[in-house]
Design a protein around this ligand. Structure first.
Ligand code: AMP
Length: 119
């Protein structure tokens, strides 16, 4: 397994070395606006732990951490007002799938009609 590289941009955001448009923060989770939004609402939700991708998170975090993370994603979506009209969750695992930042994250996308599944 490729090791986690703590020089990635999200690790820098967690360490407050670079700024973000904060949406939510607690001891183990951070949510902030994507710098290149693809929709009126485009928020990235990340665990603060050092997980390279979805696969790393699922296999290395505890079931409780995984459950808390996705429960928090759900709460953030609701707080952003997306519950009724709908939203999309995306997580790219690996370069072929389009992952460019190698710290596990979920894209929370909404605020407009979304059609089509893959690029
Ligand atoms: P992915 O391609 O799935 O790895 O998603 C990475 C996302 O991170 C892209 O949508 C980028 O626009 C976003 N991104 C990169 N740098 C920053 C940053 N400094 N602040 C917020 N979002 C960023």
């Amino acid at each position: 397994m490729t090791p986690y590289d703590s020089s990635n941009v999200f690790a820098k955001i967690i360490r407050k070395e670079i700024p973000c448009q904060l949406v939510y923060e607690d001891a183990e989770t951070l949510a902030f606006r994507d710098i290149q939004p693809v929709a009126p609402v485009h928020v990235l939700v990340i665990p603060k732990g050092a997980y390279r991708s979805f696969s790393d998170f699922i296999t290395q975090a505890t079931p409780e951490q995984v459950a808390r993370f996705f429960s928090r994603v759900h709460i953030i979506a609701a707080e952003l007002g997306l519950e009724e009209d709908g939203y999309r969750l995306v997580s790219n695992h690996g370069a072929q799938a389009g992952q460019t930042v190698f710290h596990f994250h979920v894209h929370l996308i909404g605020g407009r009609e979304i059609r089509g599944l893959a690029g």
